[in-house]
Write a new protein. Structure first.
Length: 75
């Protein structure tokens, strides 16, 4: 690591009280990659609840994609 003489530790640097939006840059390397149901939060419990509510839908979509993968990738 390169020493930085101007470095000052700040334990509150990452604290954000009000977030109006989140930007996510996605680089799609292969076709067929998709992102859905992105959860942003600071609670493991809330994340697990989100997972319970939406995972069944994601699994259904994944199975449908796998079943029709050849047709989709030919387009």
């Amino acid at each position: 690591m390169i020493p930085n003489p101007n470095y000052e530790k700040d334990d509150t640097l990452y604290h954000c009280k009000h977030i109006g939006g989140v930007g996510i840059e996605v680089w799609q390397v292969t076709s067929g990659t998709f992102f859905d149901n992105i959860f942003v939060g600071d609670s493991v419990e809330e994340a697990n609840e989100h997972k319970k509510l939406y995972w069944k839908t994601i699994e259904k979509e994944r199975k449908m994609y796998e079943k029709n993968k050849d047709k989709i990738e030919k387009k």
